[in-house]
Design a protein around this ligand. Sequence first.
Ligand SMILES: Cc1cc2nc3c(=O)[nH]c(=O)nc-3n(C[C@H](O)[C@H](O)[C@H](O)COP(=O)(O)OP(=O)(O)OC[C@H]3O[C@@H](n4cnc5c(N)ncnc54)[C@H](O)[C@@H]3O)c2cc1C
Length: 510
Amino acid sequence: MQSSEEQKEYDFVIVGSGLGGLACAVILSMEGHRVVVLEKNHQIGGHLQVYSRDKSIFDTGVHYVGSLDPGENLYQFFKYFGVLDKLKIKRMDEDQFDMIRFDDGSEFAYSQGLEHFEEKLISYFPAEIDAIKAYCAKIVQVCSKFPLYNLAISDENYQMDGELTGMNAHDYIASLTDNVRLRNVLAGSNLLYAGVKEKTPFYVHALIMKSYLSGAYKFVDGGSQIAIHLSRVIRQNGGEIYKHKKVVSANYNERGEVSEVVLENGDTIRGKQFISNVHPAVTIDIFGSERFLNVYKNRVQNLENSISTFLVHVTFKEKTFPYLNYNIYQHHIDNVWDGVDYDEKTWPQTYFICTPYISKTGEYADSMSIMTYMNASETARWAGTFSTVAEPGKRDAEYDQFKKEKEQQVIRKLEEVFPGISEKIKAVHSASPLTFRDYIGNRDGSLYGIMKDSGSSSRTQINTKTKISNLHLTGQNISMHGILGVTVSAFVTCFAFVDKDKLIQKVKNA
Ligand SMILES: Cc1cc2nc3c(=O)[nH]c(=O)nc-3n(C[C@H](O)[C@H](O)[C@H](O)COP(=O)(O)OP(=O)(O)OC[C@H]3O[C@@H](n4cnc5c(N)ncnc54)[C@H](O)[C@@H]3O)c2cc1C
């Protein structure tokens, strides 16, 4: 990479190689633009990164994905990107891809396909047939208001529909039935969006539920393959991707447009347009806080992020634990909305369990991931430390001890779900809010970024365009998180540069 006067000017400089950054780079490079992606880490992909310990591969931020049945939205987006047939995926159990499990041992399966899901729920709660049918119909109705999720273009903007964005998930579900168990089953996978009773909008719940009901798959041998295949497409189209390139600031021309970004080592990268895949609050710091209007800056920097996580990864002794082709959402409390507001002594009260599918171990699980909620305040003592592969740093022995204790707390709870599991475990590893903070480059290791709030929906919606005419945003903080949400947000970002009707037509024709 050059850093001299004659340095080239890219059409697009993309800061961050999370899925949003890579998807924008694919779309724009396919349209003939000259793109460069700058990533601060040793590995591309952001939350798509995997890491290995004791010869086992662990996903950091993608355990399963929905909408991958033929013709579904993500299937079609990935097909357009040219990566669909390269991805190694495994369809999860038709009859139970997710299991909602309570402390009394009762289990409720989610089945694939909306009709199948509905039938299954009715079999558990026959007296609640009307509530279940009304719920499923509402999911379909709400999702139909999001054109891009239906591979359609519309000038209607759902963000302007206050009735839709202001509808609260907890309240809507509670309004359907007095059956407390059914309410909790319907919201039982709310770790998928770190659901908060007073805040989570129903549309967030609906889009995510519908997506998983439309084809739930795991990535064989880890989710980093998405980033790898997207990066190949970008390079085939003449795009460039550089690792170990942390963007720290920006320079401007006399028209007030960004002319170049400055890397940590002082190098500069020139471009016509800039897209930030970094959290908007951090983007403001990088691109110069004085360049943004106070009202925007204050809003963005004061928005609440979703809670963080403590992610435990265990590896099993050979052939001791079966591979589970479904996930478990375990609730040691009756009200599934209370897990996020946990009590430290009885933590974890709610968590997600999955066994990654590893080709070499097949019917036996190589490992298990257990995702729990954790507030960043629990690791605040070490907030002044930093450690990634690209920028190694040390945290103290007390931090290691903290992690060990938390790991043991999780394993003790896991014993209640799978008695005897401890005997089968070879090793335990974990990632704390600090791990996520350092690898992703946000401020608090938030699971899914900016929290949507049904009570003040417009405040939590961030536009892809900024006041700086050639600075745009993408990624999970814009529209929605998750593989599907971020892919959709990349299209929204690119609509500023590409004819949207033609682009969506290309996706449909892919
Ligand atoms: C524990 C966990 C489990 C999850 N499970 C699932 C799941 O099963 N299914 C699903 O669909 N979704 C899941 N998600 C959500 C999903 O992974 C994310 O929403 C999505 O990957 C975020 O993509 P993004 O484009 O916003 O970029 P991010 O992944 O946030 O990446 C941002 C990138 O920017 C880089 N960066 C930051 N600052 C700089 C800088 N100054 N210079 C250069 N580069 C920089 C970072 O290093 C990073 O690579 C999960 C998330 C978590 C945390």
